[in-house]
Write a protein of this length. Sequence first.
Length: 177
Amino acid sequence: MGEIFLLSGEFQTGKTNLCLDIYQLAQEARVRVGGVISPAVFEGDKKTAIDVLDLKSGTRKRLAELRTSHQTDLETQRWSFDSEVVDWGNKVLEEAVPCDLLMIDELGPLEFQRGEGWVNGFSAIESGDYSTALIVVRPSLIDEAARLWQVSRIIDLDLVTLDSSLVVEIFDGLDLS
């Protein structure tokens, strides 16, 4: 079983940006990365959508848009999700391991409380077929995640300053031999 880092923080604290930075560095270092990152899409300074990025292929798709009167079969209070893209993302997570670095941005209330969303992320984590896993979870779900997995470190961006030492700590866990 590889090391598991939980990355947490309130909205817009830099979780996804940190994941994107780590992903970029991993690519430059030729680290085998698997999983998904869900970057926000902005119009001006307003977050209007969420994409999903397959870390193995680099393919990016529109995952969710702000809720309107148009209803989809998978929604939260704020977002309407594209079910086909959710299914695609779950296939990506099913094929994410083995890898050196597993990244999942994010496992949230959809997954933990409703059994929807990135449910294959749980299987990927539980496989242990990675050197390091970086899993984004909401602050309210840290305890639940820590009960499921043997967590090496919780990085709460509400409590720590984002700096290069976090990236170094995550990379130190990688077995690149």
